[in-house]
Design a binder for this molecule. Structure first.
Ligand code: HEC
Length: 245
């Protein structure tokens, strides 16, 4: 597992070791009452994300791609990072193993949040096994095929935003995205074309409640990471894309 953190904007790349990061004078202790990955209170040695990213060139509409050691990645609106910290796992005192998943600890780096409005921080933004943070264009700028027209209903817009934060890590849409784990949900056929809406919503909440087989890999999504109205909105966006593109 990589023990370095790579930071990159469009022109520069820096790689930092955890020893160098832990030695910085601005490392502080951050206690979270409830860490959503561990499901309990946790204390970390951490650096404010903005202190680490201050030498990068980041535009107001840019995103930050948080890539994990297993290449799983999530795109986070860069303007949110003012409320994020990068927790660093000390080699001598490792964190506990994450509960429920056989993936070891959340280290060596883990993006944690102390947000005034925790609902704005999607659970995927708690990026564990962090390996790199890279400045990118927003997903709709990179992949215009995801976008919706200016007059699209708010629900469709919200569905797009939730699709990008929750689903795009695994699924592409009409070729948009970098996920490789699940099928493209735009082509050859959008699931809104063949899944009854109620069954599609049930599937998105918990795939195994619709069909089950030993190698099925799509996880059930908890109401904390995806509310019922988020699911309705994602399905509204899929239906919109089916009709409009
Ligand atoms: C961690 C990866 C992962 C995430 C996150 C994920 N999926 Fe999936 N999804 C999969 C995989 C893998 C499959 C293929 C079936 C399987 O192995 O479970 C799948 C299958 C599907 C299917 C069925 C497609 C088909 O043709 O059978 C739909 C619909 C779907 N996902 C929608 C979503 C939506 C919407 C989201 C976001 C709310 C989402 N998925 C998030 C991995 C993921």
């Amino acid at each position: 597992m990589a023990q370095t953190l790579t930071l990159a904007d469009r022109t520069h790349t820096t790689t930092l070791t955890r020893e160098a990061l832990l030695a910085r004078p601005d490392v502080r202790e951050i206690t979270l009452d409830r860490d959503p990955v561990y499901g309990r209170a946790m204390t970390y040695r951490a650096l404010p994300a903005t202190a680490l990213l201050k030498d990068l060139t980041v535009g107001a509409d840019d995103y930050m791609q948080a890539k994990a050691t297993d290449d799983f990645s999530v795109s986070i609106p860069a303007h949110l990072l003012g409320e994020a910290y990068i927790a660093i796992e000390p080699a001598a005192t490792p964190w506990p193993k994450m509960p429920g998943v056989d993936k070891g600890t959340a280290g060596p780096f883990y993006l944690i949040w102390r947000a005034a409005n925790p609902a704005a921080i999607s659970s995927e933004y708690w990026s564990y096994h962090l390996a790199a943070l890279t400045v990118t264009d927003s997903p709709t700028k990179r992949w215009p095929q995801l976008g919706v027209a200016a007059g699209a209903p708010d629900q469709v817009r919200h569905g797009l935003e939730r699709f990008v934060s929750v689903c795009l890590a695994c699924h592409r849409f009409d070729g948009a995205g970098e996920g490789t784990m699940g099928p493209d949900l735009g082509r050859p056929m959008n699931p809104a074309a063949w899944f009854q809406p109620a069954a599609l919503k049930k599937f998105i909440r918990n795939p195994k409640s619709v069909r089950d087989w030993p190698d099925a890999k799509m996880p059930a999504l908890s109401p904390e990471s995806l509310t019922d109205s988020d699911i309705d909105a994602i399905v509204a966006w899929l239906e919109y894309k089916l009709l409009k593109h």
